[in-house]
Write a new protein. Structure first.
Length: 232
């Protein structure tokens, strides 16, 4: 099963009000194990960066001024995403911006049936608790000491670890993969048909008592004192 864990950084909260996506970070996971394949890109939003947003992620107008437009890298991003499930924290937010950018440059929206929201999973597991990425990382013992500011790829890396913990832990994925390998190996080693010739461990013996055995038995019986069967 292929899944993409991703995060975005933006100029604000609502693409309907003109806010744009300025960064996306994606991590590929197959059968709950990271493959090492990632996608990361910054985009020029073609608008000024509000100071409040810059304080969150540190991406300034100067830094983004020479970055490509989303339309110039959309095809590359879509190729990486493929048809995988897309996992994000508060996924509705990220999907809103991703689909808004796709529509702006003439692409179809990505179906929300592919969306997996770790915030919703966390709510069901920990009702009433703090559910920010930072708070959940602390709850599950995920090291985030290197997270000074928000960053799409860094947050996607943290979210990958969190998603594994929220859905049962890494051992589930490893166990499934190992069991699948054992089944395949067993199937390859097992012959399609098998004919077994059953052989006795030793030749069958004659079960009739010999004259010598009968005589020994008679002497044994006669040597028994006061046998029970004589009292009947």
């Amino acid at each position: 099963m292929r899944e993409i864990i991703f995060d975005t950084e933006t100029t604000g909260f609502d693409p309907q009000n003109g806010d744009r996506m300025v960064e996306i970070g994606c991590i590929e996971m197959i059968d709950r194990v990271e493959t090492g394949q990632t996608f990361h890109c910054y985009y020029n939003p073609e608008r000024a960066m509000p100071k409040a947003a810059e304080n969150v992620h540190g991406l300034s107008d100067v830094f983004l001024s020479d970055k490509k437009l989303f339309a110039e890298g959309a095809e590359e991003l879509l190729d990486f995403l493929g048809d995988a499930k897309l996992v994000a924290h508060n996924a509705q937010f990220d999907f809103n911006f991703l689909n808004a950018e796709l529509l702006l440059c003439g692409y179809k929206e990505i179906s929300r049936f592919r969306m997996v929201d770790t915030l919703a999973i966390a709510k069901s597991k920990h009702p009433g608790a703090k559910l920010s990425l930072d708070a959940l990382c602390s709850r599950y013992g995920i090291d985030r000491s290197h997270r000074v500011k928000h960053g799409a790829l860094l947050d996607a890396e943290l979210l990958t670890q969190l998603y594994i913990e929220l859905t049962g832990g890494r051992q589930i994925g490893l166990g499934l993969a190992e069991e699948d390998k054992r089944r395949k190996d067993s199937a390859q080693m097992q012959p399609r048909s098998q004919s077994v010739e059953r052989r006795p461990f030793m030749a069958a013996r004659e079960h009739r008592a010999t004259a010598e055995e009968l005589e020994r038995h008679k002497l044994f019986i006669e040597g028994i004192k006061n046998p029970l069967w004589t009292e009947v």
